[in-house]
Design a protein around this ligand. Sequence first.
Ligand code: DMJ
Length: 599
Amino acid sequence: MMIMQALITSNRRSQCTNCSLGKFLMLLMVFGLTYLLVTHQSSNTFASNGLQNGAANKEDKRENRGDNVIRRFWRKPPRLPPQLPPNVMHNVSSNLDADKSESQLRQQKVKDAFIHAWSGYRNYAMGYDELMPLSQRGVDGLGGLGATIIDALDTALIMGAEDIASEAGTWIESHLIERINGKGQVNFFETTIRVLGGLLSAHHLSIGEKGSKGVNPQVLLEVAKHLADRLLSAFTSSPTAIPFSDVVLHDSSAHPAPGGLSSTSEVATVQLEFNYLSEISGDPKYGLEAMKVLEHMRTLPKVEGLVPIYISPHSGHFSGENIRLGSRGDSYYEYLIKVWIQQKDGRDTKFKYLYEMYTEAMRGVRHLLVRKSIPKGLVFVGELPYGSKGAFSPKMDHLVCFLPGALALGATKGLTKKKAMENNLLSAEDLENLKLAEDLAKTCFEMYSVTSTGLSPEIAYFHIEGGSEGGPDGGNKSSEYVNDIIIKPNDRHNLLRPETVESLFVLHRIMEDPKYREWGWQIFEAFEKYTKVESGGYTSLDDVTTIPPYKRDKMETFFLGETLKYLYLLFGENNILPLDKFVFNTEAHPFPLINSSSG
Ligand code: DMJ
């Protein structure tokens, strides 16, 4: 182009206009030169692209030989694949690199938070169930088995926090059997999901190459069996398939809760753990007992797949009519789909009924419990405290925020949506559940954004058409949803719960949408700002709507076992603990799927 321009604008142009032969020769020369330049440039581009391709590279060397220049002059230039201009290409790859290193930085911050949480616990509460970070002492709220240590161990292994893993592993090896033999009453469900679950996943993660100093997988399995043998008394003492709620460890006895009833979620949320223990110990007794609960529940009458939140171990029947996916109901629905997923080889046979129960229940949720708030239309899951004939309550516990993750998992079975679509694996109902999962995840995130601290309350109410006039808001007046979400004074606490970040992690894996990472990061920053205790640990809050928030002086074990683990995984690579090969128990302890099922 430069040569053309020079020729067109030079004096030679006027000299040649009178000479047609000269004009013709000039044009021929211009085209010839332009052609040579273009083909030379194309050949160079091809060569640089071909660096990752041996054949193209050899081709390039041949092309560069001088004796081919004339031949190339007459030949059509090679057809090149469409290319982004170099500056755009550079931006795309550097954006990807920047995203990656940003995620790595965020992951490191989450690991730092875990180390800070552990340091508070180790310094002031080692051997107790939980840390009281403000009083700088420990408390046994879960029966005295050192629950934080066991809940945190697999998180330490996943994060590569070797010193913590080693301290936890050494403590378990030296103290846990003695504690199990000596302690009194523990809650059957809590001990199963946190302690048994923690031991089993740490067992898996510490086998072989993945092993860590001070963590002995064989010891973890032995302790797990020792504990499970005592926990089994919850089943064997009950006259029905429904276990009692409490176990006395030192004499392996069990008894019902004071009112006689068990929580539906509790009795139906021990199967992943007992099944996996049977799988790795070779002893079927654990899984057999636990699965009797779900087999029995299959036969009970339900309301469009939904069940009341209490069940009697004496009669084996549900009690009352209160239906909700929050406290006492939540993980019944979670385990229907997760136990089905766990039994990889039995999904179409022996365990198919679980998928059917789950599918029916999710239809019930969509039909009876899902509503939209006004004025801005947040999708939420409410409650039926008096059954399907009673009034709808627009109340949603933060605990319900496990549901977006469970719905997404149920739809794609742990694959990415993209892969599931490519393989034609998604039904119309799966897509509907995925959409609901995304809508609910947004609502759960907005439950954080709507408060002054950026942290969710334990319970939110939603403003609905024809509902009451409203009530106090979350304090963040700049939130778009400040009029949709009502937070009552008694519900303003935050226990460092994991459910929302759990769903963000699962949805990020499945939908591959970066917004879930952004939301997770905002939540993490709010935890850092308002719950971190300088001397070590993080604390629950009394009120998320005021700044500074009133503090509660308790670090729940699930902050280390779940919340920080899910945040860490959210910012990590997708091939770590892939969701089509592992299932996370309700306390975020991952177990490999069972392939050798008898299904
Ligand atoms: C955890 O112990 C488990 O996630 C359980 O299923 C519900 N409650 C807490 C976390 O909020």
